[in-house]
Each structure stands twice: as structure tokens, then as C-alpha cells.
Design a protein around this ligand. Structure first.
Ligand code: 8YV
Length: 321
């Protein structure tokens, strides 16, 4: 059946169900994940698609891009682009849009939610009350967050939003980044190790990918030390999760708050057994307001690609083409 709407390949269902319907209203959508035989579908129809929509969580692998010889534009739901296969997208010459800027506040809010929960034992306190332990026991004394030293690893937009919140908690902020940020009022630490030594709460807001893989390792966790907390709202890959589980178990660090994991949706089983870590299912951007704003940008990126040949928000290596 022919249609006047442009054909669009949607890699899988998106994190905001309305966006699935909005795409279907505007485009002639084929949902790859719903095909009974996706490989055969791509072999038979791959050449018909110039547009692809995916998300940071799903990404898009090389073999799919290789099966789309006429691909021109990708619109991805999310700010991370580590799961999009850069080499094959560049080979294809496809322009890639994403959704930076609109989720900074909610991700920074979540960093603070995890930080306060880890420091004050909020989730553990909730379990304590629900178990009925309050009638017979005292809840353990916890750690103060206000006035402490906050280390931010990755001073981009989200790191900056975390730093602004820290001001309200009278925290002293320092950060490590590939290079110092011009005009930043915060102290720059020359290495991640130096940052870990200099803070009570280490918040990871660095991009994922090979360049940052397992940078938070045994050595960094030991530098953070038995009074220190690790908060990760970036990518699970930045942290050596097995090393983190050992450090939490042996109390070589005090606690952690994690929204992201190395192998989502499968946190390392040992983490589930520990009371000094708070776990969230990668939901830092998961508010109505932010997911709506992300969806709007996914749609605007597509419209802009069709109208001008480039998305309004383009991943740096795509824009450099
Ligand atoms: C998304 C994220 O919710 O934007 C990102 O990079 O990790 C999250 O905000 C998730 O990946 C959905 O695609």
C-alpha cells in the first residue's frame, strides 16, 4: 500500500508511548521489533528507508545500518549516543539527531535523589518501617549530605545542573573533565583519582563509550574511601560494577546510588543483596515533562532533517561530517 507519508523505520518501542502513536500519524512507520523475522524484513525492505528512529537505550547496531543502504537520517530519543554505531553511520553518511539539553534538570534531580537516599538511608528506612522493625529497633544513624564535598566527574550540561543544586546544599564542588571548563567557578581536579580523594560524594555524569569504560575502578573507589559515596546517573559502563559491588560489600566505600548498570536490565546480582546501595531502573529522565520534551525534539529533529537536511540537535561527530 502506498502512502504520501514518508516511510520510517522505528527500531523498537519508545520510552513514551504517545511518541509511538505520534510517529505513526506523521510517518508510514514499520516497527522493526514487531516483525516476525526482522533480518528478512530488512533484507526485503531495508532499501526503502531513509529515516530511522531509535533511542539511547536501544541504540542501533551496525548490522541494521548496513541493511539500510539509503539511510539518511537517524533521530534518537536520548542524550547518550554511545549505543549508536558511529563507524557504520559515518560510512553511510547519515545525519544523527539526539535530545540534549531537555533532560538536564531531571537527571540532576535524580542524582540528588540518589545522593540523599544513599547518605540518609531513605530506601533502607522505608524497608525498615514496612517490615515493622520500628516497634522493636532503632534505625541506624546516617550521614549528613549538606555542607559536604561534592565531586562531579563529567562537567557537561548535566554536571553543571548537579553543581547548581549542590549550591543549595552548601556543598563545595570540584570536578574532573577531559579539560577544565572555561569560566567554571568550581575547582578543577587534574584526574579522576584526585577528584575521588577530594570528595565525599562522587557523582558520575560523564558520557559512556570506550573512552570512559571502567574509569571508576578499584583504585578510584579506594580513593573515595570508607566515608565516600558513589552516585551514577550516566552510563553503567563508566563504573567497574564488580569492583563496586566488592567495595560496597567490604565497606571500602560507604554507599552508592545507581540509576545505570553495565548490563541493563540486569544489575549484578550481588548488588541486590546489599543494603548500602540504592538501585533505580534507569529512570533519571523518566518524568512526564522531560520525556515529553525529549519526544518533541525527536519529532523536530525528523522534521528538520526532511526540511533542511540536518537535525536541530545533531550528535557532535555527525555534525562534523
Ligand atoms: C533515556 C538516557 O531515558 O538520554 C539518555 O541517554 O540514558 C535516558 O535519558 C533512555 O536511554 C531512553 O532512551
Amino acid at each position: 500500500m502506498s502512502s504520501s507519508r514518508p516511510r520510517l523505520l522505528q527500531y523498537g518501542k519508545l520510552p513514551l508511548p504517545q511518541l509511538d502513536s505520534e510517529l505513526a500519524q506523521r510517518y508510514d512507520v514499520s516497527l522493526l521489533s514487531a516483525q516476525s523475522d526482522p533480518a528478512r524484513f530488512l533484507a526485503e525492505q531495508g532499501a526503502q528507508f531513509e529515516l530511522l528512529v531509535t533511542s539511547a537505550a536501544m541504540g542501533v547496531p551496525a548490522h541494521v545500518i548496513d541493511a539500510l543502504p539509503n539511510l539518511r537520517f537517524v533521530s534518537s530519543f536520548g542524550v547518550g549516543f554511545d549505543s549508536l554505531d558511529k563507524a557504520s553511520l559515518l560510512r553511510r553518511g547519515a545525519r544523527v539527531g539526539y535530545t540534549p539539553g531537555v533532560l538536564d534538570d531531571c537527571v540532576a534531580d535524580m542524582a540528588f535523589a540518589l545522593l540523599l537516599d544513599a547518605a540518609r538511608g531513605l530506601s533502607a528506612a522505608d524497608r525498615f518501617v514496612r517490615r515493622g522493625d520500628w516497634a522493636t529497633q532503632r534505625f541506624g544513624i546516617q550521614t549528613r549530605a549538606s555542607g559536604k564535598r561534592l565531586g562531579i566527574f563529567g562537567m557537561g550540561r548535566i554536571g553543571g545542573a548537579v553543581a547548581r543544586r549542590a549550591a543549595g546544599f552548601d556543598m563545595q564542588v570540584s570536578y574532573h573533565n577531559r579539560r577544565p571548563v572555561d569560566g567554571s567557578p568550581h575547582a578543577y581536579q587534574p584526574s579522576l583519582l584526585a577528584l575521588a580523594r577530594a570528595c565525599d560524594f562522587l557523582v558520575v555524569t560523564a558520557a559512556g563509550g570506550e573512552g570512559t569504560r571502567h574509569l571508576v575502578n578499584d583504585e578510584v573507589l579506594d580513593a573515595l574511601g570508607p566515608q565516600g559515596f558513589l552516585i551514577n546517573v550516566a552510563r553503567g559502563s563508566v563504573v567497574d560494577e564488580a569492583a563496586l559491588a566488592r567495595a560496597l560489600r567490604d565497606r571500602r566505600i560507604a554507599g552508592a546510588g545507581l540509576d545505570v548498570f553495565e548490563d541493563e536490565p540486569h544489575p549484578l546480582p550481588e548488588l541486590l543483596t546489599l543494603d548500602n546501595v540504592v538501585l533505580a531502573p534507569h529512570v533519571a529522565s523518566g518524568t512526564h515533562e522531560t520525556r515529553r520534551a525529549m519526544a518533541d525534539l525527536v519529532l523536530r529533529n525528523l522534521e528538520s532533517c526532511l526540511a533542511t537536511g540536518r537535525p536541530v540537535a545533531e550528535v557532535p561527530w555527525s555534525a562534523a561530517q
